[in-house]
Design a protein around this ligand. Structure first.
Ligand code: FAS
Ligand code: PHB
Length: 389
């Protein structure tokens, strides 16, 4: 097969990029190792920044999101004493959309046939070749046969564990990483949310987050030591812990119910640079990971795709190399600012094992400052809704 762009990975990054390229007549194919049901079964992000909403609008795939999603003007930080509301709409005149990553991915998947976006699912042993040439290729196995895709560019949208990042020579790539000493235990349940907006809580027993997918489906998290196993957490134990950490007011309006999904996700901050090497462009989790505290992971994938799509469209429709050459620096400039925000909010809202009384006092003082400072709340608001692209 010969195409202009071979996209590896049919998560949000790969499908968003594929649709944006096809909408401008750029030939591409998406190679995905799993099947659609597996991808949709993974419960992940819940909050969309402006850039992600705008890309779905640009594709004309925002109908269901606008019908079923929920615009949120603000969110809350709880310090065990009070709720500190960050009023994004008032402070920075922007909002976030609460609409699950699963639904974004479903909308993108459902549009592939009508929009002539070819996705090869269950593509095994995907391998990248000659990425530092102008004629790279990708091989994979499917239905017992080897297949080859000759292309001009490869877009590595294959997540943190995919092969693309590893195709960049060790002498070229540089990694930056912080692994956190806890994970997030999440529960999805068909119960109404305890609050109409998100609540991030720093309680003496640990972190908790009250989120949602709709007015009838809730998503909650607590942080747990990395030694914990999800089997050790019955629904009842988790609901009890959430009630304590979110505080009496939230607990009083919390509705319990059987878990539809329950899992523990590790937390890390990670950046790989450069995000382009030769004809290989990395987008999304293949190049960076953020702790979910700032709701940035999916949204950073979207801003990478915004830059990569415009660069590739410029290359193929206007013979301009400018966006391609600038891609890595442009994407990384936004990545690093989101990494900083996600790291700082994680630092503020979690109890680290190595923390002493001084570090706890710093958290209390910072939350107290945020509660009393419009400037501090404005800074948090502009980062949470997403910095400009
Ligand atoms: P993805 O990982 O979503 O997609 C990569 C795709 O590439 C997958 O479909 C994979 O099967 C495929 N792939 C991998 N290897 C391949 C190979 N060898 N060949 C072919 N295909 C291959 N972000 C938030 O903003 N908020 C959250 O609450 C949140 N929670 C998360 C919870 C978990 C457990 C995880 C893992 C991540 C979470 N994230 C969250 C981050 C997450 O939403 C990512 O940022 C988002 O999925 C990034 O999208 P992609 O870059 O497309 O990567
Ligand atoms: C979620 O709803 O899954 C969610 C929301 C906000 C976050 C992390 C996860 O910061």
């Amino acid at each position: 097969m010969k195409t202009q762009v071979c996209i590896i990975g049919a998560g949000p990054a790969g499908l968003l990029l594929g649709h944006l390229l096809r909408a401008e007549g750029v030939d591409c194919v998406v190679l995905e190792r799993k099947d659609p049901d597996y991808i949709l079964s993974r419960i992940r992000a819940g909050v969309l920044e402006t850039i992600t909403v705008k890309l779905m609008e640009r594709l004309g795939l925002d109908d269901r999101m606008k019908k079923e999603g929920i615009w949120h003007d603000g969110f809350n930080l709880a310090d065990g004493e009070r709720l500190i509301r960050v009023d994004m709409a008032e402070l920075v005149n922007k909002r976030v959309m609460v609409y699950g990553q699963t639904e974004i991915t479903r909308d993108l998947m459902d549009a592939c046939d009508d929009r002539d976006l070819q996705v090869e699912y269950e593509a095994d042993d995907v391998a990248l070749h000659d990425v530092d040439s102008d004629a790279p290729c990708v091989t994979y196995y499917k239905d017992g046969a080897e297949h080859r895709v000759d292309c001009r560019f490869i877009a590595g949208c294959d997540g943190f564990h995919g092969p693309s990042r590893k195709a960049v020579p060790a002498s070229v790539g540089k990694e930056y990483e912080r692994v956190y000493p806890f994970g997030w235990l999440g529960i999805l349940a068909d119960v109404p949310p305890c609050n109409h907006e998100l609540i991030y809580a720093n309680h003496e027993r640990g972190f908790a987050l009250a989120s949602m997918r709709s007015e009838t489906r809730s998503r909650y998290y607590v942080d747990v030591p990395l030694t914990e196993k999800v089997e050790g957490w019955s629904d009842e134990r988790l609901w009890d812990e959430l009630a304590v950490r979110l505080g009496p007011e939230a607990a009083a309006s919390m509705t319990r119910g059987p878990s539809l999904e329950k899992s523990i996700a590790p937390l890390r901050s990670y950046v790989f640079a450069p995000m382009r090497h030769g004809s290989l462009m990395l987008c999304g989790d293949s190049a960076h990971i953020v702790p979910p505290t700032g709701a940035k992971g999916l949204n950073l994938a979207a801003s990478d795709v915004h830059y990569a799509a415009n660069a590739l469209i410029g290359f193929f429709t206007a013979s301009s190399n400018e966006g391609i050459v600038a891609y890595s620096d442009t994407a990384l400039a936004r990545v690093w600012k989101s990494e900083r925000f996600s790291w700082s909010l994680t630092r503020l809202m979690h109890r680290f094992p190595e923390d002493g009384e001084f570090e706890r006092a710093m958290q209390v003082a910072e939350l107290d400052y945020i509660a009393s400072s419009r400037a501090a709340q404005t800074s948090i608001a502009e980062n949470y809704v997403g910095l400009p692209v």
